[in-house]
Structure formats: C-alpha cells, structure tokens
Design a protein around this ligand. Structure first.
Ligand code: 5GP
Ligand code: ZN
Length: 114
C-alpha cells in the first residue's frame, strides 16, 4: 500500500534491520525499542488492523506466532520469558496501520500492562 511504512520496509524502499523473512512475513527490529529485544513480525500482505482479519488469514497469523516463538529462542529470551503484543486501533496504541506482532524480551514486564 502506497503510504504504509511497513510495506516500504517489506519492499526494500525503506531500510529495516531485518532478522528473518520468508515468502509470507518479514521480521525486523523496532526503531524505538521498548526492551533489549524488540522485534516486529509483519505479514507481507497489507492488513490495516486486527479488525480486518478474515478466516483466510488464519495461516499467516499462526505463522507469525510460531515465528515469534522461534525468534525468542534465537534471541535468547525464551527461557526467561517474553511478551507478545498486538495493538488494535488508536485506543490500544496502534500507530502503524499494517498489522504487526511485537516480540519483546530481555527485561521484566509488569502485569497489568497499563
Ligand atoms: P504500534 O504502536 O502500531 O503497535 O507499533 C508500531 C511500532 O513501529 C512502534 O513500536 C514503532 O517504534 C515502530 N516503528 C515505527 N516506524 C518505524 C520504522 O520506520 N522502522 C521500524 N523498524 N520501526 C518503526
Ligand atoms: Zn502496509
């Protein structure tokens, strides 16, 4: 999609610190990390918000979670623990309207998140 920052990183028009990619998704480090490990897992397909998901997206959502699990292990945070976050719409803090899964680890996280 034309004005989407994540589509531009996926296409290579904008630089991203990419840690993993395949035909369905791209994972890159967050530009403003909130934890020592903060990676965004992003489908190549432009989907604006979680509200736009349909049953046809089930496979990519599943693959995003499994990729987060693998990257958590690769980054050495799997045993201590990590947090996966999806923000949907502005009220939840979504600022980039191309769905993404935040993988954060390497520090302690409180609950509730605030
Ligand atoms: P949201 O608030 O939408 O859940 O998360 C968007 C995330 O994208 C934020 O954590 C923000 O730091 C990150 N971000 C925004 N622009 C860029 C960018 O150009 N490159 C990278 N790597 N991350 C970005
Ligand atoms: Zn996009």
């Amino acid at each position: 999609m034309a004005d989407c920052i994540f589509c531009k990183i996926i296409s290579g028009e904008l630089k991203g610190d990419i840690v993993f990619q395949n035909e369905h998704l791209v994972a890159f480090r967050d530009i403003n990390p909130q934890a020592p490990v903060h990676i965004l897992i992003v489908p190549r397909k432009h989907i604006a918000t979680l509200n736009d998901l349909t049953a046809t997206d089930a496979a990519i959502i599943s693959e995003m979670v499994l990729t987060a699990k693998k990257l958590a292990a690769d980054e050495g945070v799997a045993e201590d623990g990590y947090r996966l976050v999806w923000n949907c719409n502005r009220g939840a803090g979504q600022t980039v309207f191309h769905i993404h899964l935040h993988l954060m680890g390497g520090r302690a996280f409180g609950w509730p998140p605030g």
